[in-house]
Design a binder for this molecule. Structure first.
Ligand SMILES: Cc1ncc(COP(=O)(O)O)c(C=O)c1O
Length: 405
């Protein structure tokens, strides 16, 4: 095997995410700075409205991270439905740690469910065996841009009266059977952190169609403030008694909340990217098509990604799983990284040191997750990758696998 690195071939890294601040984004951020209005204002209202509309929802709420969005989604449901500490929430055994961490932080218990080996999302056929009298909710995670198979999940949730929080941090703009992610559950949660479908530095959003939940969500991310006074605009049109009532409530906190707010500048970056999201999504699909075509002859070695039938895929990243037992993931990752192709493991959760500490070794109970934790990883397919770079990546994969043929 000759997977030695040619140091002279070092080139700039092909990252899992990429971002260029467009002229339009700079213009919108400058508008914010010129307006002297940094806290939640017109730009955030616009961004929230547009994200909600694209994802089939009435209400959107921007916070400082996808994790914050998930955290308040669960807290709001816990309050609305009067869940008790220790009640259970179903979480896929493969996801970013935040999905499960927020369950624990809300004094609830994550109960893991294995994932589907082809599309990597929560396996609906494995949900029922995990339901107990204390199960309150399920958190389908639309992983890597692939919406979960929502029809069977909705059926189970309806039958067993479970609430749904969609973790759509990795998936925007995609539909399952014609319906957009973020619109299936009680609350949909998105992230706009670096390397996501839209990048605002930090940021997250909740979407919902429930007028009661949006009030609780807003309050929770604003220190638990009385909903009568959440932003500094809330008193603008008020006079007389109404104005006094608002003044009287400015420091009224009705629940234990958080400081999860972000600024108009993040919202401005988000608006600029929404304006061009169709082109960006099309470019991702183009890159994925190039990878799939170029690596079609490697399918004995690697499981290439593809959308689940009747579903779209927005490809936040390009996920791969090693199928040939002779191939060690460490060797491939080392080779790719040495050749400036950035990688990440595919959302390992149950094998994390802290999860092993809390839950013990769960590998036998979740064989698909355990298999992916050994063999799966991803590379970037973001719009800033050039055709020349996709060709280079394809060539490097061939170079690595040549000696296994
Ligand atoms: C599936 C999933 N959930 C939640 C998050 C957390 O989002 P954030 O980093 O914005 O807090 C991420 C972030 O990568 C994610 O991939």
């Amino acid at each position: 095997m000759d997977n030695q690195v040619n140091v002279s071939a070092k080139r700039s890294q092909i990252g899992v995410g990429g971002f260029n601040v467009s002229a339009r984004a700079k213009q919108l951020v400058m508008e914010v700075l010129d307006s002297n209005r940094l806290t939640a204002g017109p730009k955030m209202a616009q961004f929230e409205k547009e994200i909600a509309a694209i994802h089939g929802c009435k209400y959107g709420l921007m916070s400082n991270s996808g994790t914050s969005a998930l955290h308040i989604a669960l807290a709001a449901l816990k309050e609305k439905y009067n869940w008790q500490d220790g009640d259970e929430v179903l979480v896929p055994a493969v996801t970013f740690v935040a999905t499960s961490n927020v369950v624990i932080y809300n004094n609830l218990k994550p109960v893991f469910v294995d994932v589907d080996p082809r599309y990597y999302c929560l396996d609906p056929t494995k949900i029922e065996e995990k339901i107990t009298p204390r199960t309150r909710a399920v958190m389908p995670v639309h992983l890597a841009g692939q919406p979960c198979d929502m029809e069977p999940i909705l059926k189970i949730a309806e039958r067993d009266n479970l609430r749904i929080v969609e973790d759509s941090a990795e998936t925007m703009f995609a539909c399952d059977k014609g319906r957009p992610v973020g619109s299936f559950g009680d609350v949909g949660c998105f992230s706009t952190y670096a390397a996501h479908m839209i990048t605002t530095g930090v940021g997250g959003l909740c979407t919902t169609n429930d007028p009661k939940l949006i009030v609780i969500l807003k309050s929770l991310m604003n220190h638990g403030r009385d909903s009568i006074y959440i932003t500094i605009d809330d008193d603008k049109a008020a006079k007389g008694d109404e104005l006094f009532q608002i003044a009287d409530s400015r420091f009224s906190f009705v629940r234990l909340g958080h400081s999860f707010r972000c600024t108009e500048m993040e919202a401005a970056l988000g608006i600029a990217q929404l304006e061009e999201h169709k082109q960006a999504c099309a470019r991702r699909l183009e890159i994925v098509a190039q990878y799939n075509k170029g690596m079609a002859d490697l399918q004995n070695f690697l499981q290439l990604p593809c959308p689940r039938p009747e579903s779209e895929h927005s490809y936040m990243f390009y996920a791969l799983t090693i199928l040939d037992e002779r191939v060690k993931r460490d060797d491939l990752i080392r080779f790719l990284e040495d050749n400036s192709i950035e990688t990440r493991y595919l959302l390992p959760l149950i094998n994390q040191p802290i999860y092993r500490d809390i839950f013990g070794n769960l590998d036998d109970e979740f064989p698909v997750a355990a298999w992916l934790n050994q063999n799966a990883f991803y590379i970037g397919c973001h719009p800033d990758i050039s055709d020349e770079e996709t060709e280079y990546v394809i060539e490097k994969f061939h170079e690595f696998f040549r000696s296994y043929r």
